[in-house]
Structures are given as structure tokens and as C-alpha cells.
Design a protein around this ligand. Structure first.
Ligand code: PLP
Length: 369
């Protein structure tokens, strides 16, 4: 049972759709698939433009940094992925300022406003909607709204790799929203998507940078339902399949509601057995628990109960575990994982087993408590 917050399991109907013969990317057949996928992405994003890139999520992060920063970037580092925006700036000699916090602490709106007020060179802000390193939700929409009041020309780039497909994002004040295939979109890794505002498209056209990740070239091509370089055809076929499936089975809002309920039920179940939720503002993509017993709990889950959950990275590598809520998680899987965690805690003599976790989970998930 794969319950890591990325990669997530690829549903069987998607795998089957991707198992068909490879089609040439410069054909009317593929252009039609590309067009339909684009339309579904427009519905998912609710933004003015979308581009698909044959790369992992980090490629889209790089493309946004290089194409959307003219003078100076402001990056938010509350974990591994926020830190990555700074590393990308450094790699391209792009000037940047970083706001750094503990991995369980969201950036404040005021800290961002202060940084922007104090430095008129900043023309782009890079931040995670959900910082997956700790499962932390940043107040991105509020930040974007306040920054735009101050200066509407500042570009807001949100990494939504563990947010798009998880919850409805208000993209009103966002200029670029990134996602990747192997998290909430339930595909194999290798495809990235960027949703863009018209303002972002204009800025890209004035400031296009790079070759492979030149977004001006991509936007121009993709508006005609083709790609600048060879498209990730198989993954795009899979993307069309999963998005069409979600739309047909209750729609995106139903998926967001189910994910939110699963996240809430999991948090309630685990806190009821004495677990400590790590982030101050948990995102719905995953539940992150802070415990010195994380490695032992994960080991018992994997060897005895057939559940694969994630640990942490860097300084909290052995101090957290993360349970995925993204995608089409089966109810029986979500119910089983909290029960298995309670059993593991019993084995480690942290708490006697009495079935509280699965009871609390079931109450919240199925009985509407
Ligand atoms: C997974 C992830 C990334 C990195 O994506 P890759 O596909 O591994 O390049 C970036 N940001 C967030 C928030 C992620 O969860």
C-alpha cells in the first residue's frame, strides 16, 4: 500500500490508457488529445493560460524563476522545496532575498509585505502553496492579495505541486501556479504543468529566457496544440484520462471535499492516540506527525502491515512521518493506515492498543462527526 505524499499510486485505468502503442507527437491524433487535455487543465486551474513541460516539477520551478524574474526574487524557505527556489536563483545568478522559517511555521503576510516594501527591486515572489517537506500550508492567496494591493506588477509564483488537485485554489491574484504529475495528479513522474495569468504571459513574452525551458516558445506552440520539443505523449494521455475520470465522477469539487474530509479524519484519529501534528497550519495533501519514533513506526508499518509512508528530510529526517491524502485514496486504505499506526505504537509500548484510531477515523469519515 503506497501512502507516501508523492509518488502516489497510478490508478489501473490510467495505466491501461498509457499502455497503448506510442503515437507520433506531430499528428492530428495527438494534437486532439493535447487540445482536450489543455481544456481539462483550464478547468482544473481556472487561469488564463496553461503549459505542459516534459520534466519533473523542479523543471517548472526553474522555468518560472528564469522567465518571470526580471530584477530580483523573493523566496520563502520553510522547507526543502522553498529552499529550492533560492538554489535555482543562485544557479542562474539571479538576485534573491529569502525569508526563512522553521519547517512547521508558515510565512506571515506581514513578513512578505515588509520585505517587498523594503526592497523595490523585488519583482517576483516564489512560494509553496503546500510545503511538502513538513506538510505546511502557506497563506499564499492572502499574501498575493495584499502584495497586489501594494504593487500589482509584482509577479506571484506559487508551487502547487501538492495543492493543485488537492483543494480549490483561488488563483485570482496568482500569476503562475506549478504542478507535477506524480503527486495529486496520480501519474508517473515526468510531466509538469504551469497555470499562468495574462500578466505573467506578457512578462514572459518581454523577458523570455533559456532554450528548453523558454516559456514564450512553449506558450506560442501550445496555443496551437503542439509543443516546442517532443511532448511527453504517454503522460499527457494519462493526464487526460485522470482529469476526465475525475470530471465524470463527481467533479473536482467532490474530490477536494473527499480529500479534506480524509485529512481531517486522519488528523483527528492520530491526535486521539497521542500523536503530534507537526505543522502549525497543516495542508490537506498529507498528515505530518512529529515523533522521535518515526523510523520505528515506519518500519513496523512496512514490514508488518504492508503500508509505505514517508519520513522526513534533512534535520527532521528521523523526526516526522507523512501520510498521503492526495489522489484517489481508497477508504479502506485510509482507515487501515491509522489502525496500523496505533498497532505500531502498541508494539513500541507507546500506548496500549484499543482501536481508538480506527474508531475516531470512521466516525469522522463515515458518520459525519
Ligand atoms: C515534489 C515537490 C517538488 C519537486 O518536484 P520534482 O517532481 O521532484 O522535481 C517541488 N515542490 C513541491 C511542493 C513538491 O511537493
Amino acid at each position: 500500500m503506497l501512502l507516501t505524499p508523492g509518488p502516489t499510486p497510478v490508478p489501473e485505468f490510467v495505466r491501461k490508457a498509457m499502455a497503448d502503442v506510442t503515437i507520433h507527437h506531430r499528428t492530428p491524433e495527438f494534437e486532439k488529445i493535447f487540445e482536450e487535455t489543455r481544456e481539462l487543465l483550464f478547468e482544473l486551474y481556472g487561469m488564463d493560460e496553461v503549459v505542459m513541460l516534459a520534466s519533473s516539477g523542479s523543471g517548472a520551478m526553474e522555468a518560472c524563476v528564469t522567465n518571470l524574474t526580471k530584477k530580483k526574487a523573493l523566496t520563502v524557505n520553510s522547507g526543502k522545496f522553498g529552499e529550492r527556489f533560492g538554489k535555482i536563483c543562485k544557479a542562474f545568478d539571479i538576485e534573491y532575498t529569502e525569508i526563512k522559517n522553521e519547517w512547521n511555521t508558515p510565512v506571515s503576510v506581514d513578513a512578505i509585505l515588509e520585505a517587498v516594501k523594503n526592497d523595490s527591486e523585488i519583482d517576483a515572489i516564489f512560494i509553496q502553496l503546500c510545503e511538502s517537506a513538513g506538510g505546511l500550508r502557506h497563506p499564499v492567496e492572502e499574501i498575493a492579495k495584499e502584495v497586489k494591493k501594494l504593487n500589482k506588477d509584482i509577479t506571484i509564483v506559487a508551487d502547487g505541486i501538492t495543492a493543485i488537485g488537492v483543494e480549490k485554489i483561488d488563483t485570482t491574484n496568482l500569476d503562475a501556479v506549478i504542478t507535477g504529475s506524480q503527486k495529486a495528479l496520480m501519474l508517473p513522474p515526468g510531466l509538469a504543468v504551469i497555470g499562468l495569468s495574462n500578466d505573467a504571459v506578457s512578462k514572459i513574452e518581454e523577458n523570455a529566457k533559456g532554450f528548453y525551458f523558454n516559456l514564450a516558445t512553449e506558450i506560442k506552440k501550445q496555443r496551437t496544440n503542439t509543443t516546442a520539443w517532443t511532448a511527453a505523449t504517454t503522460l499527457i494521455i494519462g493526464l487526460k484520462e485522470i482529469l476526465a475520470h475525475i470530471k465524470k465522477n463527481g467533479g473536482f469539487d467532490a474530490l477536494y471535499e473527499k480529500t479534506a474530509l480524509r485529512a481531517k479524519a486522519t488528523r483527528e484519529a492520530l491526535t486521539a492516540i497521542g500523536c503530534e501534528v507537526f505543522p502549525a497550519t497543516p495542508a490537506n495533501a498529507m498528515t505530518t506527525i512529529y515523533t522521535e519514533n518515526a523510523p520505528e513506526i515506519r518500519k513496523i508499518l512496512k514490514t508488518k502491515y504492508n503500508v509505505n509512508i514517508a519520513g522526513g528530510q534533512d534535520h527532521i529526517k528521523k523526526l516526522i512521518f507523512r501520510v498521503n491524502h492526495m489522489g484517489l485514496v481508497e477508504d479502506f486504505e485510509a482507515t487501515w493506515v491509522v489502525n496500523a499506526i496505533e498497532l505500531a505504537m502498541d508494539e513500541l509500548k507507546l500506548r496500549d492498543f484499543d482501536g481508538t484510531a480506527s474508531k475516531v477515523f470512521s466516525q469522522a469519515m463515515f458518520k459525519g462527526n
